[in-house]
Design a protein around this ligand. Structure first.
Ligand SMILES: *Cc1c(COP(=O)(O)O)cnc(C)c1O
Length: 448
């Protein structure tokens, strides 16, 4: 087990030495309000100084349990020494040439590794960029160029980013899109399979027919360039479509010349116990996007997929100044290595078992919990008004306030802000899961 092989620079335990936020955090918050746009909202105004494994240490010396990984980024744990060393070594050698001016090996090696770990045993190509949204934007450009079609579809409750194009592919109006339009045209949102909220007994295949019917009646299959899906929706509320749903949709896409894109920015890269989460659905996508967990916190993202699709773009048609920069790619190569050497796919499966064992009965024990769902180290707890399925955002706010005030940092999610999202590092111990769950249970017990 990882906890035994890795030396953590911070003890893996929650330890509070002040009230939260502490005095230094409060002082920093005053400066921040006077200097940082309020548009960059924060979940908890606790300022962090260091981290190791699944523990964050704040500026007042409190040790907090990280159940969010900065939205699924530090999957391998905070500040892995190999990643830090790889980045530092590269930073001292070469930080920039721009790959499209004069290239370097790290970029090629990351593309080679991506070809190896992404689903499908066909010839592949990659492009490296800086952020998830930029990867999605590039996937849109590539799919349009390849198909000669313009329409793009994503699913209800999707999150694909905050740039103008990806905002249009993102489902919920508030706060991501409100007042930010106009948005680009030819973007469609399709009904998804949402087992907790679909009619009782609806199968994945039936939900797929509903989605396909929407394509046929609102877009036209021959007009659609690409369908973007999250194999497990993250910001949408950790929604896992029913078995068979994506399989049927991917067959429909193949039959109709539509590029099937798995946006793996949140669920991919070892988080759910496989390299890519679409593997759980038995689907081989045409293109995948990677970002968040790929480089241990350094900015890097990628589009990877079938060579004939990726190479449809003319030289110079995609790229960017910082994309795949030498330091981020060095960090990513270290992350690939750590996942393989420390067996982190198996660790994510261990975390899944531990979470089911510890929180799997919350819907039976707490009336405010409607549903617990998850895969690997990616879980959602949907909060409802007791006795109904009506979304309960007030309860989520209360749970988050109690958790963050007591040194546990989970995430919010869901189109109604009513899903508690739990996405720890895959190296989190059973003891930390137990301790964090106990804190959350204190809040759930008062709610209903
Ligand atoms: C976070 C996220 C994005 C956007 O990534 P950024 O790096 O924030 O631009 C896109 N798709 C999914 C599924 C994500 O979770």
């Amino acid at each position: 087990m990882v906890g035994m092989t890795r030396d953590f620079s911070v003890p893996q335990a929650r330890n509070l030495v002040t009230a939260l936020p502490g005095p230094r955090s409060i002082a920093l918050q005053e400066r921040r309000v006077a200097s940082v746009s309020r548009g960059a909202g924060t979940l908890a105004n606790i300022y962090m100084e260091r981290g190791s494994g699944a523990i964050l240490v704040d500026v007042d010396g409190n040790q907090l349990i990280d159940l969010g990984c900065g939205i699924g980024v530090t999957t391998i744990g905070h500040a892995h020494p190999d990643v830090a060393a790889a980045a530092a070594e590269q930073a001292a050698k070469l930080t920039h040439t721009l790959f499209t001016v004069t290239p370097y090996e790290n970029y090629v090696r990351v593309a080679e590794k991506l070809a190896e770990v992404t689903p499908g045993d066909f010839e592949k190509r990659s492009i490296l960029v800086n952020s998830g949204a930029e990867a999605v934007e590039n996937a849109v450009k590539i799919a349009r160029k390849y198909t000669g079609r313009r329409a793009i579809a994503s699913l209800d409750h999707a999150f694909h980013g905050r740039t103008n194009l990806t905002m249009a592919m993102t489902y919920r109006p508030w706060p991501e899109r409100s007042g930010m339009g106009p948005f680009p045209g030819e973007i469609y949102s399709l009904p998804i399979s949402y087992p907790f909220r679909d009619p009782e007994g609806m199968t994945g295949e039936e939900a797929a027919e509903r989605t396909i019917d929407y394509i046929n009646t609102h877009i036209g299959a021959t007009e659609l360039a690409a369908l973007f899906v999250e194999p497990i929706q993250g910001d949408g509320g950790v929604i896992i479509p029913a078995p068979g749903y994506y399989k049927r949709l991917s067959e429909f896409c193949a039959q109709n010349g539509i590029v099937f894109v798995s946006d793996e920015i949140q669920a991919g890269f070892a988080r759910t116990g496989t390299w890519y989460a679409i593997e759980h659905h038995g689907v081989v996508p045409d293109l995948v996007t990677s970002a968040k967990g790929i480089a241990g916190g350094f900015p890097l993202a990628a589009v990877t997929g079938r060579a004939e699709i990726m190479d449809a773009v003319q030289p110079g048609g995609i790229g960017g100044t910082f994309g795949g920069n030498p330091v981020s790619t060095a960090a990513a190569l270290a992350v690939f290595d750590v996942i393989e050497r420390e067996g982190l796919l198996a660790e994510a499966q261990r975390v899944e078992k531990a979470l089911w064992a510890r929180i799997g009965d919350w819907a039976e024990r707490f009336p405010v919990v409607g549903d617990v769902r998850g895969k690997g180290a990616m879980f959602g707890v949907e909060l409802v008004h007791p006795g109904t399925k009506k979304q309960n955002p007030e309860a989520l706010r209360a749970v988050l306030l109690h958790a963050t005030s007591n040194g546990v940092i989970p995430l919010d999610a869901g189109s109604w802000d009513s899903v508690l999202r739990i996405m720890p590092s895959v190296v989190i111990s059973e003891e930390l899961i137990d301790d964090a769950a106990s804190v959350i249970e204190e809040a759930l017990a008062t709610l209903g």
